[in-house]
Design a protein around this ligand. Structure first.
Ligand code: ZN
Length: 287
């Protein structure tokens, strides 16, 4: 039987704002009580390692203890975390807020952080649909406006997978991984320029030039949260691959070599298998 440690309720509870992140709500209480946010959390979860780990995963027992401390229900606590986000999408959760919605940022101090601000698969606010702005540079416009409609389709595919667990022939978060892999360009570029040639550049041809003009590095498949002003290119790439089907996936690895090619083939294999099963089942239905 699960052992639930009794936790005393905080004397003053600050109301949370819609879609607020658990660490943000905890941090605002910590600020009110003039203690550190981690100490506030450890008041009822002594074993928790960091605020980030509480945002990413909570056990049922931890949810109950936090709910007692904040005088709310365990599902309300769970909704403030990324516990229910699909495993494949977890790499796309940023380590800190990268974007902000000017419509939904509440006029409170300290400013609450909303879950959508860490969702590296979004360019629009999940609450009001407004386009996000970069937290560091509010005026920086997207460099891929021409792809906006396709990018919004990619955002929906990624969001459906991440938040609703929707399964399709190819995982949109898996496609992100493939598109950020290194690409071979001929003639071979100088070694210091190799970082900017990615598989994504095969389907968004402007990308190579934009990166050469405006960046000195680019996220890797292991850490795929792109700066907001570049993100539309990636989301549009996901939508294009997803709607083009296996034909495009067969073509893309030709732009990679050696280790990168083997990695691409290995990670794309489940998508080929799934597409082939779907085709087979459609043919069977027609017979
Ligand atoms: Zn909003």
């Amino acid at each position: 039987m699960m052992h639930v440690v009794a936790t005393r309720r905080l004397p003053v509870i600050l109301p949370s704002v819609t879609d607020e992140l658990l660490s943000s709500w905890t941090g605002r209480h910590a600020s009110f009580y003039e203690v550190s946010p981690l100490i506030t959390l450890r008041h009822c979860i002594p074993e928790i390692r960091s605020l980030r780990s509480a945002d990413l995963d909570l056990t049922n027992d931890q949810e109950i203890r936090l709910a007692n401390m904040f005088a709310t229900k365990p599902p309300a606590i769970r909704q403030m975390t990324f516990t229910d986000i699909a495993q494949a999408s977890r790499r796309l959760i940023a380590a800190r807020p990268t974007q902000v919605c000017v419509n939904c940022s509440a006029g409170l101090e300290p400013v609450p952080v909303l879950r959508g601000q860490l969702q590296g698969w979004r360019i629009t606010c999940p609450l009001c649909g407004n386009q996000f702005r970069d937290v560091d540079d509010h005026e920086r416009a997207s460099l891929f406006r021409q792809y906006l409609d396709t990018a919004l389709h990619g955002e929906k595919l990624l969001d459906d997978e991440a938040r609703r667990g929707v399964k399709t022939w190819a995982s949109p978060a898996g496609i992100v991984h493939l598109l950020l892999m290194r690409r071979i360009e001929l003639p071979f570029p100088a070694e210091e320029e190799l970082w900017r040639f990615r598989v994504l550049g095969k389907i968004i041809p402007e990308l190579d030039h934009v990166l050469a003009e405006s960046c000195t590095s680019f996220p890797t498949p292991q850490n795929p949260v792109l700066p907001l002003h570049l993100r539309a290119a990636l989301l549009a790439g996901v939508a294009m691959v997803h709607s083009s089907g296996v034909e495009m996936l067969h073509m893309l690895p030709r732009s990679t070599l050696g280790l990168h090619r083997r990695r691409f083939d290995r990670e794309a294999m489940p998508f080929f298998v799934s597409a082939s099963r779907m085709k087979h089942s459609t043919q069977m239905q027609l017979i």
